[in-house]
Design a protein around this ligand. Structure first.
Ligand code: ADP
Length: 273
């Protein structure tokens, strides 16, 4: 059983770039999945499609709870419990940690009245989330006075304040130094595991992916070219994911069979694709 899946999902942006090409992936509840792939492979597009921020050109996104995400009402409900964590935090620097984390609760309200009717329960919720990431002493500090790692932990707290069932991380540690990256990723991973939150996170660091992922999905030129556990991630597969540096993205109107998702044992000789 999956919590969310994409079926035959293609996304083509205006201008003709096919960012995703007939992708099929189902995400198991509670799994920590890492997306790997070179810049421009389509990782961010997949994450945004899972949150309805990008609409499928073809194919569909299906939530276990709501079915095909094809209406505004369903998307609103889906986003309420789907949290996003971005590389650049997307926090409001001049506001406090607490205020930023409280914005994670906004999806539970229908209108601007949110801003005047924040309940005690929301406040408690936000403070618990801040405590969870170890920043309670900083709750009333302006976010722009914090370090990059602390800011990313505020991003995690804001995600938690949302009571998410699904967390989507778009290169959440890309702007952090190596040591901080490990700490922040470990914290995100451990919290998701403790709470049974399903996570899909794109990373650049293959070694960190190996360390934390239950499952790795390799994306290259808009297609899934690997889907398996860390022990199966051989140098040949890494090469397959990251390629020779060229963009083998299909032309906008190209048709034909999608590249196979490589059966791990069958990597050589290199299949056509
Ligand atoms: P990744 O996250 O793996 O770096 P993206 O999903 O951001 O990849 O991008 C996939 C492809 O889609 C790239 O070629 C990128 O230039 C293109 N792309 C991404 N967003 C847009 C957009 N809003 N408009 C047009 N092209 C886009």
């Amino acid at each position: 059983m999956s919590i969310i899946e994409v079926q035959s999902l293609s996304v083509r942006y205006r201008g003709g770039i096919t960012a995703l090409d007939r992708v099929n992936v189902a995400f198991e509840p509670g799994a920590f999945t890492v997306l790997l792939g070179p810049s421009g492979a389509g990782k961010s597009t997949l994450l945004r499609a899972l949150n309805g921020l990008v609409r499928p050109t073809k194919g569909k996104v299906i939530s276990a709870e709501l079915g095909v995400l094809n209406s505004r009402g369903k998307l609103r409900r889906h986003r309420r419990t789907t949290a996003m964590i971005f590389q650049q935090h997307q926090l409001i620097g001049r506001l406090t940690v607490l205020t930023n984390v409280l914005t994670g609760r906004l999806g539970y309200y229908q209108s601007w009245q949110t801003l005047v009717s924040r309940s005690r329960a929301d406040m408690q919720h936000a403070l618990e989330a801040i405590d969870r990431v170890g920043l309670l002493d900083y709750a009333m500090r302006r976010v722009d006075t914090l370090s990059g790692g602390q800011q990313q932990r505020v991003g995690i707290a804001r995600a938690l304040a949302q009571d998410p069932t699904l967390v989507l991380g778009d290169e959440p540690i890309a702007s952090l130094d190596p040591e901080t990256s490990v700490r922040v990723l470990k914290q995100l991973h451990d919290i998701c595991k403790e709470d049974g939150i399903t996570a899909v996170v794109s990373l650049h660091q293959v070694e960190l992916a190996r360390q934390f992922a239950d499952r790795l999905i390799g994306i290259s030129a808009g297609r899934v070219v690997f889907d398996g556990t860390a022990d199966l991630l051989s140098p040949a597969i890494i090469q397959r994911i990251y390629g020779e540096g060229g963009d083998t993205r299909p032309q906008p109107d190209a048709e034909g069979d999608a590249a196979p998702i490589l059966p791990v044992a069958a990597l050589e000789p290199e299949p056509e694709g």
